[in-house]
Each structure stands twice: as C-alpha cells, then as structure tokens.
Design a protein around this ligand. Sequence first.
Ligand code: PMT
Length: 216
Amino acid sequence: NVRQDLAGRQVVVTAGGTREPIDPVRFIANRSSGRMGFAIAAEAARRGAVVTLVAGPSALPTPSGVKRVDVETAAEMHAAVESIESMDLFVGAAAVADYRVAAPAGQKLKKSGETLSLELVPNPDIIRGVVSRADRPFVIGFAAETDHLREYAAAKRVAKGMDLICANEVGAGKGFDRPDNALLLLWEGGERELAQADKRHLAGEIFDTYHQITQD
Ligand code: PMT
C-alpha cells in the first residue's frame, strides 16, 4: 500500500544530458545517463503525482504512468518546459549544457591540418524561467560539482532562486551514469546529508524532504 502523498500534484522532471550540435554528425554532450531524473519521475508517479518527464537522449525505459517528452538540445528542453502550462513541483535533474555552438555547420566539417575553434554562446537557464513564473511551483534543482560542494551548491541555490538544491559530487566513479549516488540537500535554514544509496531510494528522500519543508 503506497502512500499517495503527491496525489494529483503536477510534477515536471528534467533528466539526462543535452546534445549541442557542432555539425550534422557531431555534438557536445556530457556524462549524464538520465538515471537520477528517471528515478525521481518514477517515484513521483508511485506517490500519485501527474508526472511529465522531459528527457535528453537516453536509452532508459519510460517509468510507468509517466508522460515522457524527448528532446535533444538545451534550447529544446527549455522550450518543452516553457510550454507546460501549470506545475506544482519542478525538479531539474538534467545536466543541461551551459553553452551551445553559435553557428552549427550545415555540412560535415572537413578535416584540415589547422587548429579548429568553436564559438560557444550561453544557453537559456531552464530553472530561472520556472522560478520567474507568475504561478511559481516549488523548485528543486541539482548541483553537480567536482569540488567545494557545499559552498558552490549553497551559492547556486540562492543565485537561481531554488527552494531546495540536491548537491552531488561528480567525477571519477561518482554521480553520473551509475545506479547509486550520494546527495547533500540544502534549503533555506536546513540541510540533510543522504549517504550513498540507490537513486530510487534517494528520490524518495527528496520528496520526504519536500514535505518536511512545505509542511504538507
Ligand atoms: O543522469 P545520471 O547519470 O543519473 O547523473 C545524475 C546527475 C549527476 C546528472 C544529477 O544528479 C545532477 O547533478 N544533475 C544536474 C547536473 C547539472 O547540470 O548541474 P549544474 O550544477 O551544472 O546545474 C545546476 C542546475 O541548473 C541543475 O538543476 C540544472 O538542471 C539547471 N540548469 C543548468 C543549466 C541550464 N541552462 N538550465 C538549467 O536549468
């Protein structure tokens, strides 16, 4: 018997990495597999939420009862989230590219003996868009850091206006593309350390913390 503590709530989750094209056959990407975000979407659905999962390219199966929207680039992920009219809770677990290639080539780039430079321009920030909505949902974001985890995550939470940030150390054998993770949750006036555990278990802890913060 599952506790339906998110019954009827509209939950939007982003997951996976984005791909930023260089030319028709090449792209810039990152090591996100989507596992963290898919686990969060699955757990939200189990708790009774109406879940939309906006996913970068991922081979993972769609969790049952979840509506999945597949995207490739950060711009597409941004547009997909912007087009969702109402949400009670937003969880940004995707590793969104901060930059894209300014002018992707229309044809496959040819090799030459010369150095090749790519001009990168900043992508729109998806969380900032969600936070600035008139009917602002509760916003949970992530911070992936290789160093200064607490310090950088605390600053990121405030800078982006998140209600709760889930900080994880990433790098050799940590965070990305594995079934387990460790998280430091930070919110206004509180924190909680979650030891290494299965991502699905961590997803449950994140929602329990959400209830604790909002006291409902
Ligand atoms: O997918 P897995 O293999 O399971 O790996 C999980 C994970 C390590 C990718 C995940 O736990 C994680 O940390 N996700 C966030 C990765 C990230 O891009 O962090 P960041 O510190 O660069 O970004 C901070 C926050 O801003 C994130 O919530 C991100 O979704 C959001 N963001 C970033 C850039 C952008 N243009 N728009 C955003 O909304």
